[in-house]
Structures are given as C-alpha cells and as structure tokens.
Design a protein around this ligand. Sequence first.
Ligand code: NAP
Length: 307
Amino acid sequence: MKILITGVSGQLGRSLVERLGNEHQIIAADRTMLDLSKPDMIVTTVRQIAPDLIINPAAYTAVDKAESEPELAATVNTHAVASLAEVAKTLNIPLIHYSTDYVYAGNKKDTNGKLAAYTESDPVAPLNIYGQTKADGEQAIRDTGCRHLIFRTSWVYSPYGKNFLLTMLKLANEREQLNIVNDQFGAPTSAITIADITAQIIAQMSSARDTTCAENWWKMHQGTYHLVNAGTTNWCDFTRAIVQEAQQAGLLKTPGPAISGIPAVSYPTPAKRPENSMLDLNKLKLAFGVSVPEWRESMQECIRYLK
Ligand SMILES: NC(=O)c1ccc[n+]([C@@H]2O[C@H](COP(=O)([O-])OP(=O)(O)OC[C@H]3O[C@@H](n4cnc5c(N)ncnc54)[C@H](OP(=O)(O)O)[C@@H]3O)[C@@H](O)[C@H]2O)c1
C-alpha cells in the first residue's frame, strides 16, 4: 500500500515509519510537506499524493500551551483532522487517527468508589483545551463518514523526542532527589507498541482484498479503540521503574536519585490533568485478536534501545 503518514518527526510518526517502512510504500510527511495549521492546503496535497491509506499521528501536543493557544490547537487537532477525513472520504480511502485519554473527565469510579478503567462507550468530558480539541477531531472524523479507526492512547514515550521517560532519565543523572506525582493513574505507552499494533491491524485490513471483503471488514471494525500498554501505574512508580531499569542497563552516571511521591495538587500546571487515565483494552483485543505487552516490558525494551 501507499501510505501517507503525517507528523513523522514526532514519537509515533517516526515509530510508524520505522515499523511500516519495509512492508509498504511510505510517504513520510513532516510539516514542510503537510502543514496541519493550514487546513486549506490539505485536500490539494493529499490528492496529489493519492495514497491508499492516511495515518495521522501528527497533533498539537503541547497540553499546557494549548490553554493559551486554543485556536492553533483547534486548527491542528480538529479542523485539519476534519480536512483529512473529508479528503479520505472523497478518495474512498481509510484514515487511521490517534487520540487521547484526555478526552475523558478522569474521575471514573466503580460502585465501591475505586478508580475504574474507561471503556470506549463512556462519555467524553475533557478537562482541558487539548483534550477538547482532540475530542472534537474524533467527532469530525465520525461526521464525515469516512472509513476510519481512531486509537485513544496515553502517556506516550519513545527512545526519541520529548517525553516523560527521557526527561526522568536526564533528571536522574542530574539530581539527588525527585518528587513525582503519585495520585494520577494510567498506562505508560511505548510509541513502538502503538506502531506495532497499528501495523498488525493494517495487515488484517489489507488482507480483506476484494470490495465485498473490505466492506465487511470495515462494517465490523470501523470505530474508536483504546490502544495503550497493558497494566496501570502512577507517574512516581513509573519513574522508580525507569530509574531501576536504567541503573541495571548502566545508563546512570550517579547512584540515582531518591524518589518521593507527591500529590498532583503540589505540582500545579496551566492545564488540568485527569486523576484516572486507565483505558480498558477489551474492545481492541476482541476486535483484532492482538496481544498487548505490559507497560513495564515495553519500557524495558525502550531502555535497551537507548543502551
Ligand atoms: N505524547 C503523549 O503523551 C500522548 C498521549 C495521548 C495521546 N497522544 C496522541 O498520540 C499522537 C502521537 O503523539 P506523539 O507523542 O507522537 O506527539 P509528538 O511527539 O509531539 O509529535 C507530534 C507531531 O505532530 C507534528 N505537528 C505538530 N503541529 C503540526 C502542524 N501544524 N503541521 C504538521 N505537523 C505538525 C509535529 O511536528 P514538529 O516536530 O514539526 O513540531 C510532530 O511531528 C497524537 O495524536 C497525540 O495527540 C499523545
């Protein structure tokens, strides 16, 4: 397939290019080829490329900055996504798009008052501008009626780019003490896992070759799915695991910092963040039969990559 991938300088964009590059013809679009802050240009550019599939990992991801740049965040995360979906509909090609745990309010509890994992049918109620623009982007895709898969993910890291894991590795080499939030829960997710599962799903999609098969495949599979590493942790325990793994891999110059948990209220940020980012994986597993690695296993793989 000829696959157009956006945002290829980002964590997930790069991982997708690496994972899919051997099997498909990849058109790797950075913002110089496809600037999502200029939605008017999108239709013309995509028509010229004439892909068989669009994958859109590009996004305005500066969660705190979005509070003071809501228009730009909405342009990239909502209006540009609408344009990609419209052109996908016109060209009769599918769109794979990524969204976020931040579409939820982050306060779901079970009947015993314990935090409970969100399912895809739970209502969206974003706490911040970024989450709202991502939720609106999802809805814009559904409204066009194009063939689509939307994958909501969380706490993404990779061996490259800007992310929590790399920040903690840097701080662990510089500081004797780290105070990290321990009352927000979710699944750290490797961009490599997301790319790998996306590739497995694309393989299933493209094996439905003739028109009737493809129509049936999309009838059964089109929709919104959670796609995160398995298991749950909090930022502080994630940091402890990163430091422990980095120590074993010889990536720390120092003995490593003391790590203490703090409540989120002690670490105020411009954008509100959810307490509960736990995303249930059953829909993804049932629909595609994929197995999803535990977050710790994928984190270890990332640390080994950095070694
Ligand atoms: N990172 C997370 O923790 C997280 C959590 C939940 C969901 N997600 C979602 O997962 C997906 C992948 O995230 P990620 O972590 O890979 O993000 P990332 O590393 O921040 O990469 C974002 C990419 O989008 C590109 N981009 C931003 N504005 C653009 C524009 N105007 N035109 C074209 N490209 C533009 C960036 O290009 P430049 O390099 O040129 O800026 C970069 O390549 C996104 O949909 C994100 O919303 C991420």
